[in-house]
Design a protein around this ligand. Structure first.
Ligand code: B12
Ligand code: SF4
Length: 582
């Protein structure tokens, strides 16, 4: 039996509904119900098995099919568990992304509102575990949990409470996973925690032949930029074969999916992994061909981007333009007040900004902006965002607040960048999260801020400034700003004042626009940022290591004066070698 929490499986209302459910506390579920009254509706196969499942669950199913017959395995939604679990069920295998909401960006927002333990997603995950635990046949089967959120259960030691026998860390393709299932089926005792290996070559990653939530199809694993806090970067850097990606796209369409999303940490490395060219110089032709083939697959009506990094936009702006031509028509995201597209379509990839403090950036993510030096990170962000916005890309950019050893100067540096974005009329959805030491990462043993009461006034200001800016596109009516002001202050008086402490007061007043920021700055209550000196693209390129220049495309311009591009150099060499005929 394969299953996953309902809130991680639904896909009809877009990515943001799942992200919202990871961040909103359960007592705010009514807001969600009003906006999406049908969010619980899911589609079924004829036998009432699940028509779609998160990609992790589907890969596990594919992996198990190497050893077991299709009649032995079924995937269902949590509400149907009682129909499918019977006396002959031997394993209930749960895939989960974020079961307890203790990860970055999720925990922080629920804790601002009062309960750091029970985001909506966590509530539904617990409900699912309760159904499994109280099933009348529970003594006959083992419960194995896997997926990127398994560590949350290990760290909080909730095995007994949730009724879990074993947590698997790692990929289901591993032969160790199959071994574990063999043991479970034989009724043997399982270890509480098993670490299984990640495949190291592209042909060992399996692709499901069934429909996945959001049409997620894997594009790459690993990343290569080596940020200290990052979990996916610990996996080998692999770009997956195009024929397999396309097959998985077609399987989704065949099973009624109209949307596709390629799962990746950085879409721009695809086609440039382990080639002669460093992965941070995108392979323009390969990417354009891949994305064109996907969006032009008959039946694909929508395509959404997942994650990427900022530097590739500065390296190859023309790639962004050409990708926009390919991807915008199939984007389901509309941003009427931002987009210049005739139908107001937009692309919203997730990009990590994390910090604009050079001191902090050098410590936690020295390669974030390669090929550019981390000293140029703020300029790379501003130039990259300028290029993205001009092409109707409005990224969701994550920031980490409360890094270990973060000082007020570090926070001021990030605020400077945020104010610079505002000053230049650029737009990104800034998503601040409180530093969470993720299991197994290079920063696992570090602690930063652990609850919202500990946040300094500047850290609060950064969080609230980001949200104030995020809400700009929604504030274009006569009533919204006033409603927002009154609502925010009311909520503060009623609940948030006690929960978040005195440091929250002025940032909240700034957020609600109760007073102008200038005035609050003059009163010494907030920091209003100082203008940044931003390097142009040409200046950024002139600071590159000389041997990198050969990988830049001439059609983007901005190459140093007198530089002869490699392609031309070789052509010149060839022509000089030709015999001169008179
Ligand atoms: C696509 C995606 C999303 C999508 C869709 C999610 C979905 N439900 O399908 C959206 C945008 C909605 C999303 C939301 C969120 N996401 Co997300 N997401 C991803 C992404 C890019 C790909 C996930 C994926 O499908 N991968 C492909 C599948 C095949 O991999 P997999 O699930 O890991 O499965 C493998 C193994 O884990 C294992 N496995 C899986 N299940 C099982 C079960 C068993 C029994 C066994 C044995 C093995 C096993 O085998 C599989 C391969 O063989 C990953 C990054 C990544 N590359 O993984 C981030 C990632 C998983 N997300 C992350 C986060 C933080 C979130 C959010 C909390 C963000 C937020 N603040 O809103 C929310 C949570 C949503 C929720 N409902 O609670 C983090 C997870 C961190 C963590 N848990 O500690 C990741 C790793 C991103 C990152 N860079 O840090 N996400
Ligand atoms: S750029 Fe993103 S995915 Fe890559 S290592 Fe850094 S945080 Fe991880």
């Amino acid at each position: 039996m394969l299953t996953a929490p309902l809130t991680e499986t639904i896909d009809h209302a877009g990515y943001f509904i799942q992200m919202g459910m990871a961040s909103m506390p359960i007592w705010m579920e009514g807001v969600l119900n009003r906006k999406y009254p049908n969010w619980r509706d899911v589609e079924y196969n004829d036998d009432r098995s699940a028509r779609y499942m998160p990609a992790g669950s589907r890969v596990l199913e594919t992996s198990l099919l190497r050893e077991y017959s299709p009649d032995d395995i079924v995937a269902c939604y949590p509400d149907d568990l009682h129909r499918f679990i019977g006396p002959r069920t031997r394993v209930v295998a749960v895939s989960t992304h974020n079961p307890l909401g203790v990860t970055f960006a999720a925990g922080v927002y629920t804790s601002i509102f009062g309960s750091s333990k029970m985001p909506i997603n966590s509530h539904y995950s617990r409900e699912m575990f309760e159904k499994i635990k109280t099933n009348p046949h529970r003594n006959n089967f083992k419960v194995i949990v896997g997926g990127s959120g398994g560590w949350q259960i290990i760290q909080t030691n909730l095995y007994e409470e949730l009724g879990i026998d074993c947590i698997v860390e790692g990929r289901s393709e591993s032969l160790d996973t199959l071994d574990l299932f063999r043991k479970a089926i034989a009724g043997e005792d399982l270890p509480r925690e098993v670490e299984v290996k990640h495949p190291t070559d592209r042909n060992s990653i399996l692709f499901p032949d069934k429909r996945t939530t959001f049409g997620v199809v894997e594009m790459t694993t690993g990343c290569g930029r080596r940020c200290q806090f990052c979990l996916p970067d610990l996996n080998p850097q692999i770009d997956l074969p195009k024929d397999q990606i396309m097959k998985a796209v077609r399987s989704n369409v065949r099973e009624g999916n109209k949307q596709i999303s390629l799962a990746t940490e950085d879409m721009f490395i695809w086609g440039q992994v382990h080639t002669d060219i460093p992965f941070y110089f995108p392979n323009r032709e390969a990417l354009l061909e891949l994305y064109s083939d996907i969006v032009n697959t008959p039946g694909v009506e929508q395509h959404v981007l997942s994650h990427c990094t900022m530097a590739p936009a500065v390296v190859d702006p023309l790639l962004i333009k050409k990708l926009s031509d390919v991807l915008l028509p199939k984007s389901p995201i509309h941003l009427p007040y931002l987009s210049s597209h005739p139908q107001k379509k937009a692309l919203v990839p997730l990009i990590g900004l994390e910090t604009a403090s050079l001191r902090m950036a050098k410590m936690i993510m020295p390669s974030k902006g390669v090929p550019f030096s981390i000293d140029d990170w703020p300029s790379v962000v501003i130039q990259g965002l300028t290029i993205l916005n001009a092409n109707n890309w409005f990224p969701a950019m994550t920031l980490i607040v409360g890094n270990p050893d973060e000082t007020d100067d570090d926070v001021r540096a990030t605020l400077d960048l945020i104010y610079e974005v505002e000053r230049r009329g650029l737009f990104a959805f800034f998503i601040p999260s409180i530093f969470t030491p993720l299991h197994d990462t290079r920063m696992e043993m570090k602690t930063g801020v652990t609850e919202t009461m500990q946040l300094t006034p500047l850290q609060w200001q950064l969080i609230m400034k980001c949200w104030k800016m995020n809400l700009r596109p929604g504030q274009y009516s006569w009533w919204a700003p006033t409603a927002w002001r009154v609502g925010a202050i009311g909520l503060w008086m009623y609940k948030l004042r006690k929960l978040n402490g005195p440091n929250f007061k002025w940032p909240l007043l700034m957020f609600s626009s109760a007073l102008s920021e200038k005035m609050m700055g003059r009163m010494g209550k907030i920091y209003i940022g100082k203008p940044l000196r931003v390097k142009s693209r040409k200046e950024l390129i002139s600071g590159l290591k000389p041997h990198y220049l050969q990988y830049l495309r001439e059609d983007n311009g901005d190459l140093p004066e007198g530089y002869v591009p490699q392609a031309r150099k070789s052509a010149q060499k060839a022509s000089m070698a030709l015999p001169v005929l008179s």
